[in-house]
Ligand binder design. Structure first.
Ligand code: COA
Length: 142
């Protein structure tokens, strides 16, 4: 992820979440490397940013903080393929556990994580706003 990617990222972010991240948050992730690992997913034929993934390395654990795919490119197996690739890379680098938070109402994301072998570990009450919702904490041993 580079600063030049931000307009494309924000376009996807704003149609993907009721409470989208602001540009400054993405900028912070870019500056906070290597603690943060912000990546874009590029559709090579058009050199177009069609998604992104942000995760944090916290000792032997990674926390996936954001992932989204452009609506025109969903249900093509892209998020699944990218997460497979990232999980196998970080497993090779010694990471033992991966966690994330998800809205219970986010059926697409929950199905994706379930398919990838994540389990529900717990609930964080009053986690999301607009609309208010708890968060499911999901995790997977690598
Ligand atoms: C969640 C998201 C990243 C999935 O990306 P994607 O590239 O469309 O997902 P994939 O095509 O790789 O799907 C892999 C699996 O996820 C599940 N899945 C994906 N979209 C789904 C949907 N709309 N409904 C139900 N299951 C879905 C399915 O199990 C699917 O496997 P299948 O196609 O064999 O049924 C995408 O819907 C998105 O960007 N949503 C908005 C942002 C978001 O909610 N991010 C997650 C925050 S926690």
């Amino acid at each position: 992820m580079k600063e030049g990617d931000l307009p494309y990222i924000l376009e996807i972010e704003n149609v993907s979440f009721p409470n989208p991240w602001h540009e400054m948050t993405f900028r912070g992730e870019i500056y906070n490397q290597p603690i943060s690992s912000p990546y874009v997913i590029v559709f090579k034929p058009q050199k177009k940013v069609i998604g992104y993934l942000v995760f944090w390395q916290i000792k032997e654990r990674i926390q996936i903080n954001n992932i989204a795919i452009h609506p025109d490119f969903r249900r093509m197996g892209i998020a699944e393929a990218v997460l497979h690739q990232v999980l196998s890379k970080i497993r090779g680098a010694g990471t033992k556990f991966v966690t994330l938070e998800v809205r219970p109402s986010n059926v697409a994301a929950r199905s994706l994580y379930h398919k990838l072998g994540f389990d529900v570990l717990g609930i964080k009450e009053n986690y999301y706003h607009n609309p208010p919702e708890p968060a499911l904490v999901m995790g997977k041993k690598l």
